[in-house]
Write a protein that binds this ligand. Structure first.
Ligand SMILES: [Zn+2]
Length: 374
């Protein structure tokens, strides 16, 4: 038995003019057509949406956060429920992160040692310890199809010594993750770190490529760095990862990020942005982002975007959703979340089709001109 009994990735078409590729990724809970955007269900729920609504947006896979599940629900509860799929009644693939990113964000409440990270729950002060072995155990209890290595995500940009030290720990911890993880029906993705340093990114990409993993991730981006740095890191790192394995760019994106990432050879993306933006009243359109509370939409009886066929656009007007938002009706956030999630998933589907049709570069260039108007 091995990972090959549960997972398979095939690039079905690669662009000749860029690193963009279209693929099919088989997992224990079904096939994922890549490139794909993964909506984030932090607490085992995509905020403001039911899973029927998430499915109607054509989500093929969603992400859940180990840190939140471990602290707020407890792994014993999820395990007893039969794992995350049964717990939240989602029968398609799931990816869980390692919890590392959230723990490292608790800058004053955590202490990093070579063994792992001691931290305090900011909500109730309780003390916890996560190591590569503990993270693997948590993610095995949760039971997602794809699980992530426990890594140290350095700030970006940062001092060289900080990035060096984080990468050294990430490398040692990856070996321990693979040592601890033995479930072949859960694919463990290593993560490339190295902040904004080309040599460290290269070293990290070469190191993770030595492990015969099902797929690979690029981490430590989308942590506040300028777009040029994010693009540069992705551009130099993605081609260093094995061609015939899925590549996941963590915590990205916007519609523009998706186009850039796919151009550089990325297959998977995730971000809280579509639903977070929705809760703050911002919605995606093919003419850039717009803000629903703006006066210009008061008498606007057109849909959020003329070209979108999501539930919100098929049934409601900008004027109506603006009214709901201004009167603080929760439905406004639901409708905008449906639209933004659908929009990114449709974008990924259309870009995939353009790769298959052989006109990705022209098609994405035209889309970029529209997105940059916002
Ligand atoms: Zn829509």
């Amino acid at each position: 038995m091995g990972y090959q009994d549960y997972f398979q990735f095939d690039v079905i078409k690669a662009s000749e003019k860029s690193n963009a590729r279209a693929g099919v990724f088989k997992t224990p809970h079904g096939e994922i057509k890549t490139p794909i955007f993964m909506p984030v269900g932090t607490n085992s729920s995509v905020k403001m949406m039911t899973f029927d609504q998430v499915k109607a947006c054509n989500a093929q896979i969603i992400l859940a956060n180990s840190y939140h599940m471990y602290l707020r629900a407890g792994c014993e509860l999820i395990k007893t429920a039969g794992g995350l799929h049964k717990w939240m009644n989602w029968d398609r693939p799931i990816l869980t992160d390692s919890g590392g990113f959230q723990v490292f964000s608790l800058s004053k409440l955590r202490k990093i040692t070579p063994d792992g990270v001691h931290f305090q729950d900011p909500k109730n002060g309780s003390k916890h310890f996560i190591s590569p072995e503990v993270s693997m155990k948590i993610q095995e209890d949760l039971g997602a199809d794809i699980i992530m290595a426990f890594d140290e995500c350095a700030p970006c940009p940062c001092e060289y010594s900080v990035a060096r030290s984080a990468l050294d720990k990430t490398k040692a911890w990856l070996e321990r993750c693979f040592e601890a993880h033995k479930n072949y029906n859960q694919a463990l993705f290593p993560i490339v770190q190295g902040a904004n340093f080309d040599d460290l990114r290269k070293e990290s990409a070469e190191f993770v490529s030595k492990f015969d993993a099902v797929g690979y991730a690029i981490g430590g981006v989308s942590v506040g760095e300028p777009m040029e740095i994010k693009n540069h890191i992705t551009k130099i790192t993605a081609p260093l990862l094995p061609f015939n394995k899925p590549r996941y760019l963590m915590g990205v994106g916007t519609p523009i990020d998706l186009i850039n990432g796919i151009t550089y050879g990325i297959d998977m993306f995730d971000c809280v942005l579509p639903t977070r933006n929705a809760r703050h009243g911002t919605f995606f359109t093919y003419e850039g982002n717009k803000i629903i509370k703006n006066k210009q939409f008061e008498y606007d009886f057109s849909p959020l975007d003329e070209k979108c066929d999501c539930y919100a656009c098929k049934n409601h007007t900008r004027a109506y959703i603006r009214h709901l938002y201004k009167t603080q009706e929760a439905t406004a956030a639901t409708l905008l979340s449906i639209h933004n999630t659908h929009f990114l998933l449709k974008l990924a589907t259309d870009l995939r089709q353009s790769i298959i049709d052989g006109n990705f570069e022209e098609y994405s260039q035209k889309l970029l001109e529209g997105f940059n108007k916002g």
